[in-house]
Design a binder for this molecule. Structure first.
Ligand code: C2E
Ligand code: MG
Ligand code: MG
Ligand code: MG
Length: 292
């Protein structure tokens, strides 16, 4: 009967759920320790202009040097950090470290490129988020226009009104905003039109099979045209091949990011990165010449 079936199900699922719960509890403890003991670090992936191959900005990506386990990517720990609220203090650490990267660039004497930081929805829910970021920038003497915050489209849609107010506050401070993973959420044109954002990043899932998928090409063309009408920049994520790069350039995508240009780089390597030679070459820029 149904009672027995229920019991059977419970005894079947319990060990798995228990294992997952234990894993989360362990991970939470380790993440707390990680923050105290400075086990986090950032890597920086360049975003390149598809018109001239130069670096437009860098995206800061979080990594965790988990003792005995090597370097962990966010996929391994972000979910638990979000569930436990630990992403809030970790998130401030990320912004501060990213500002440190901007300061390092300032010391080199070359043109300083903005740095983009990913946000989780719990960070947006903190009422004082914008003021805290403003205070942090002031303390570190980093101009707000050198910081960009990435908010995913699905995060935006979870609470449009809250996101709108927050984006407006951040925007007023001079901080730039971009919409990440675009095309995977369900925002409408009218919602997009109202948002004071700077750029929109087309999700990697549209780029992955671009060469062989006319539908994906049409999607990227449509998104690009629409976003340009709104006066915003378009960034394509996850560019891995030259062919994808040329296609996106022909479509009119402004910027690109992906393994073709560079993997996420350690700070010192990021400071050395000078852009993409083939793109620079066709616009007459001297390949390898420092971008100023
Ligand atoms: P995202 O913001 O969409 O970041 C892009 C992800 O795609 C990064 O993975 C990057 O390494 C990867 N990627 C870049 N180019 C390519 C490519 O050509 N091919 C492929 N296959 N992958 C590429 P990563 O670093 O593992 O980060 C995954 C996600 O974790 C990020 O997606 C972002 O949502 C989140 N995340 C990263 N850092 C932070 C952080 O500091 N705070 C928060 N809240 N989330 C973060
Ligand atoms: Mg991102
Ligand atoms: Mg993304
Ligand atoms: Mg993504």
């Amino acid at each position: 009967d149904s009672k027995r079936a229920g019991k059977l199900q419970l005894s079947f699922y319990n060990p798995v759920m228990q294992e997952q719960a234990l894993h989360s509890v362990r991970l939470e403890k380790e993440l707390r320790l990680a923050l105290e003991q400075q086990q986090f670090f950032l890597v920086y992936q360049p975003v390149v202009s598809l018109t001239n191959g130069r670096v437009e900005k860098f995206e800061a990506l979080l990594r965790w040097h988990q003792p005995g386990q090597g370097v962990q990517s966010p996929g391994h720990f972000i979910a638990v950090a979000e569930l436990t609220g630990l992403i809030v203090p970790i998130g401030y650490w990320v912004i501060e470290a990213a500002c440190g990267f901007v300061q390092r660039q300032m010391q080199t004497g070359r043109t300083v490129k903005p740095v983009a930081v990913n946000l989780s929805v719990c960070q947006l829910r903190e009422a004082s988020f914008a003021e805290k970021v403003q205070a942090l920038l002031a303390r570190l003497k980093v101009p707000p226009e050198l910081l960009e915050l990435e908010i995913t489209e699905s995060m935006l849609m979870e609470n449009v009104d809250l996101a709108m107010v927050l984006i407006e506050n951040l925007k007023r401070l001079g901080i730039r905003i971009s919409i990440d993973d675009f095309g995977t959420g369900y925002s409408s044109l009218s919602q997009l039109r109202q948002l004071p954002v700077n750029a929109l990043k087309i999700d990697r899932s549209f780029i992955r099979e671009l060469e062989t998928s006319p539908v994906d090409q049409q999607m990227v063309e449509a998104i690009t045209a629409m976003v340009h009408k709104l006066g915003l920049r378009v960034v394509a994520e996850g560019i891995e091949t030259e062919q994808q790069m040329w296609l996106l350039r022909d479509i009119g995508c402004d910027h690109g990011q992906g393994f073709l240009f560079a993997r996420p780089l350690a700070l010192e390597q990021a400071l050395q990165y000078r852009g993409h030679d083939a793109l620079r070459a066709i616009t007459g820029a001297r390949p390898g010449h420092p971008c100023g």
